[in-house]
Structure formats: structure tokens, C-alpha cells
Design a protein around this ligand. Structure first.
Ligand code: XMP
Length: 521
């Protein structure tokens, strides 16, 4: 299924760690874009009939053997191009300019001096200051411009920190406009999209919902769809959108695996009933999951068992619904980008196997409906709000598919799950009460597989340890630990030790990602 927007811009990915960020910025500017590996087949790009191209940065050097090249169709399309960092070097190189290694790498904040305040890119910025703070991260630099180009800005290390050929709408930036460390970067991207490419904008949740409903109706017709519901934002928005599009042809299946948080199964069912009015089949498979997990302590083994069990139960329930042809999944754009770059072999190392309700096997006899496959998480939330879903559903922190099984370190038993649920509920309640829930991207408790000595009253205790984790992050790829106030941490520790039987110690996790991950398993 392809989203069929009126206008689009294509971002070609040359392997920069910031590529996704470029796409998010463009979407924030209300222009639909797709991030596509530089070596994808031309048809992948031409189907979008892009109004312009953005070439991402990347780790290579244009002269290196096997360096990613600029596909011919980008130049022959005769559309505006913005090259960023490696993208700019590549553009210059392909058009006959010269790129050389710089004396030293330029990494971090830099000041550039604008040489052409009338250029369409820079004209909308404040004219009172001819300098701009930007974020640089490069080794090579452009030393001779291709014919038709002139220099738009310089930095200490780059004689051509920004270049342009206005007649052809070709521009290059040696710095990264997509990162927040380039404060005016978004305005530069806006200028490229609206002034150079001639975009009209209007990529909004409302438009998306309308387009998506039409597409789902066209794909599904009068047939039936089943959707796995977890209570998380992705599956909830998928279900709400599907229900709007096809009403009673949709049935949602909610599997309670016993690994959910305190009162979560009841809340999911209640909220669903109240807000969505779609058909829901709720299955309590707690016993099934816990007996399969008995004695298992290895994190990857737990994930595998839970993933497989889920599939089997889901399949059995779906079969009981009679003839169902479609499976709706809340796949998001970052997953699509990752699997596209995987198939084009721009691959990141695997750290852990992620499983979620979308992780169903390929041999299931269903065609997929994935209405969110071109959206980023923040766009999914905006769509959820536009669909009228309640705030607490739309702004819920993410929760992993394997649930509390990866937060009860060591063996997962009902008793240990109950200990964790009680501690976690206190954390979440206090975060809400103090206003910190919305200031953190994810927060949870972890039950450690060790016991520690304590003293309560006059008695020695030897009891469980709870770790608290709260992080801030934009994209969950990197994260920092949240600087929760000391008095909030003190209250949490006090409440958990006093209210949760069997816990005598609370620790706060102050690791960032990397080198840690967000979850402990
Ligand atoms: P890590 O621990 O890899 O987590 O830093 C990054 C984000 O992914 C979530 N996570 C999962 N989500 N299925 C999911 O749906 C999984 O198996 C899974 N493992 C981790 C984690 O909660 C965090 O938001």
C-alpha cells in the first residue's frame, strides 16, 4: 500500500545517523516525504513524482572505492536538489567540482558567515546578522565549485559551507540543518521546500486520515479485517482508523499474556469499549504464558517464547472468526525504513529481538493492512488526537511487546510479577502527580534478580531490590536518564519499600543509551 499524497519530496539516504531526522523535519513542515536508500530501484522514487530531492549525509568519502554514488535519475529529473554534508560533496563531485580531505575534521558547533543574503535559502532568515550558528560533522570538503554554482557561506574550515546554483535549484549545505543544534536549520529546510521546490504543504493529520480511510476502503472492500490490540498508541490508532473506515468489518483481538501492568487488561478493554465501539475479543492467556516461561531466565529465550505463544493464540482466535482476509498492523515508518535499508544492506547491528503485536509471521494467511506505515510516532499521536482518542491513550509511554517479562530479571513467576506491578504502579502514579510523566519518554520499574540485606524495625531483612528507570529521548535510539528531583526519588523509594511487600531497597538507573539500552533485558 502506498500513501498517495498530492506532493512529495524524496530524501535519499546515504547512511547518515541523522537521515530519519531530515524526514521528520520535512514532515513537521507539513510536506510529505519518504526516506529511501540511495541504491533503491528508480521506480521506488518515480512513483512519488517528487517535487525535489534531499541528499542525506553519510560516512563515506566521495573518492573511496565503493562510495555510495548519486543515481542518474536524480540529476536527469531536473528537480531541485538539496545536498547535506556528504550529499553536498556528492552533488558537487558529480557536477564536476572538486572535493578534498579537510586539514582537520570539523565536528560540533560552528559559525558560518553568509555571503549571499538574497539566496532563496537564506533570504527568509533574519537579515540583522550575517552569521549563523550551525552543526558541522565532516572530514572532506568541497574545494572547487561546479559550473553554475557560487558560494553562499563560509566557515573557518570550509570555504564553501553553503553553495547554490539558483538557476537549476541546486543547493548544498556542508552543515546539518536537521539537528536542533542548528537553530535556524528548520527555516532553511522550509525555504528549500516552499521557495525552491514550490511545495504547497498541507500534510496534516486531518488529510492523512481522509486519504487513509479511502485507501483502506479500496483495499478491503466488503471483506473482514482482524487487528491485534495491545492498548499501546500504535495499535489503538490503527484500530480507530480502521473502525472509521470499515466499521463492523473489523474485529480486534486483545491477548492478556499476564505480563501487563497493574489494572492494564481491564483498562484496555474499558477504554476500547468506551472510545472505539468496535468488536473486541479479549483472551486471558495468563496461565498459558506463565507455564511456558517457567524456569526460563535468558532474555532472548523469554522473547522467543512470548513471541511464538502470542502468534499461536492469535491465530487460533482469528480462525474462530470465520473467513478473515486481512490483518491490520500498527507498523510505523521507522520499521519500514529499517527493513528497507536492511534489504539494501545499510545495516545496524542487532542488539535485541523486538517483538510486538505487529511481529506476526509471514506465513499467516492474511493480506496486511498497515495504515501507519508512512508515519513517525509523533505523527501517529497527532492522528490519534485528531481521531478523538483520549489523551492518556495517545500520550502513553511505549510498552514492550514481551511486557513485564523483560522487566522481571531472572525467572518470571506470578509472585514476582505482582511485586513489580505494585512498584511500577507507585512510580507511574507519582510521576503523574508531580507532572513528570509527560516530561519523560518512558519510565518503569525493574525487579532485579538479587536480594539485599536491610533492616526494618529491629529486624534484619533479606529482600528484593527494585530499580527505577526514567528516560528522556526523541527517538528511542539514544536516550538520557531523566533528572528526576531528589525529593521525588525519595518519595518513590519510601513508598515502594513501605507499600510493596518483599522489597527493602530501591535504586535509580543513571545510565544513558548507549552504552546501556532503555530496557534492562
Ligand atoms: P531498548 O531497550 O532496545 O528499547 O533501548 C528501545 C525501545 O523499544 C522498546 N522495546 C520493545 N518494544 N517489543 C516492543 O514492542 C520489544 O520486544 C521491545 N524491546 C524493547 C523499549 O521499551 C523502548 O521503548
Amino acid at each position: 500500500m502506498t500513501a498517495a499524497p498530492r506532493e512529495a519530496v524524496v530524501i535519499l539516504d546515504f547512511g547518515s545517523q541523522y537521515s530519519q531526522l531530515i524526514a521528520r523535519r520535512v514532515r513537521e513542515l507539513e510536506v510529505y516525504c519518504e526516506l529511501i536508500p540511495y541504491n533503491a530501484p528508480a521506480a521506488e522514487i518515480t512513483r512519488l513524482n517528487p517535487l525535489g530531492f534531499i541528499l542525506s549525509g553519510g560516512p563515506a568519502s566521495v573518492y573511496a572505492k565503493d562510495a555510495p554514488h548519486l543515481p542518474d535519475f536524480v540529476l536527469t529529473a531536473q528537480r531541485p536538489i538539496l545536498g547535506i554534508c556528504y550529499g553536498m560533496q556528492l552533488l558537487a563531485y558529480h557536477l564536476g567540482g572538486q572535493v578534498d580531505p579537510g586539514q582537520e575534521r570539523e565536528y560540533g558547533p560552528a559559525e558560518i558567515t553568509l555571503a549571499d543574503l538574497d539566496s532563496p535559502l537564506f533570504a527568509p532568515l533574519s537579515r540583522s546578522r550575517p552569521t549563523l550558528s550551525v552543526w558541522m560533522s565532516h572530514g572532506d570538503r568541497v574545494t572547487r565549485l561546479p559550473a553554475g554554482f557560487h558560494s553562499l557561506a563560509q566557515s573557518e574550515n570550509s570555504p564553501h559551507a553553503a553553495i547554490g546554483d539558483p538557476a537549476r535549484g541546486l543547493y548544498g549545505l556542508q552543515f546539518h540543518p536537521e539537528v536542533t543544534h542548528t537553530p535556524q536549520g528548520k527555516e532553511l529546510l522550509r525555504a528549500f521546500l516552499y521557495r525552491v521546490c514550490g511545495c504547497q504543504g498541507g500534510w496534516t493529520p486531518g488529510n492523512f486520515i481522509e486519504e487513509s480511510i479511502n485507501q483502506v476502503q479500496a483495499q478491503v472492500g466488503a471483506r473482514k479485517v482482524v487487528c491485534g490490540l495491545s492498548g499501546g498508541v500504535d495499535s489503538s490508532v490503527t484500530a480507530a482508523l480502521l473502525h472509521r473506515a470499515i466499521g463492523s468489518q473489523l474485529t480486534c483481538i486483545f491477548v492478556n499474556n499476564g505480563l501487563l501492568r497493574k489494572n492494564e487488561p481491564e483498562q484496555v478493554a474499558q477504554t476500547f469499549e468506551k472510545e472505539m465501539h468496535a468488536r473486541l475479543v479479549a483472551v486471558d492467556a495468563t496461565e498459558d504464558f506463565l507455564s511456558a516461561l517457567a524456569g526460563v531466565t535468558d532474555p532472548e529465550a523469554k522473547r522467543k517464547i512470548i513471541g511464538e505463544k502470542f502468534i499461536r493464540i492469535f491465530e487460533a482466535e482469528a480462525r474462530q472468526l470465520g473467513q478473515v482476509d486481512f490483518l491490520a498492523q500498527g507498523t510505523l515508518y521507522p520499521d519500514v525504513i529499517e527493513s528497507a535499508s536492511r534489504s539494501q544492506q545499510i545495516v545496524a547491528a542487532k542488539i535485541k529481538t523486538h517483538h510486538n503485536v505487529g511481529g506476526l509471521p509471514e506465513d499467516m494467511p492474511f493480506e496486511l493492512v498497515e495504515p501507519l506505515r508512512y508515519l513517525f510516532k509523533d505523527e501517529v499521536r497527532a492522528v490519534g488526537e485528531a481521531l478523538g482518542l483520549p489523551r492518556q491513550m495517545v500520550w502513553r509511554h511505549p510498552f514492550p511487546g514481551p511486557g513485564l517479562a523483560v522487566r522481571v530479571l531472572g525467572e518470571v513467576t506470578w509472585e514476582r510479577l505482582e511485586t513489580l506491578r505494585a512498584a511500577d504502579a507507585i512510580l507511574i502514579e507519582e510521576l503523574h502527580a508531580s507532572g513528570w510523566y509527560e516530561q519523560t519518554a518512558q519510565a518503569f520499574a525493574v525487579l532485579l534478580p538479587v536480594q539485599s540485606v536491610g533492616v526494618m524495625g529491629d529486624y534484619r531483612t533479606y529482600a528484593d531490590v527494585i530499580a527505577l528507570r526514567a528516560v528522556t529521548t526523541d527517538d528511542f535510539m539514544t536516550a538520557d536518564w531523566a533528572r528526576l528531583p531528589a525529593d521525588l526519588l525519595a518519595r518513590l523509594s519510601n513508598r515502594i519499600v513501605n507499600e510493596v511487600p518483599g522489597v527493602n531497597r530501591v535504586v535509580y538507573d543513571i545510565s544513558s543509551k548507549p552504552p546501556a539500552t532503555i530496557e534492562w533485558e
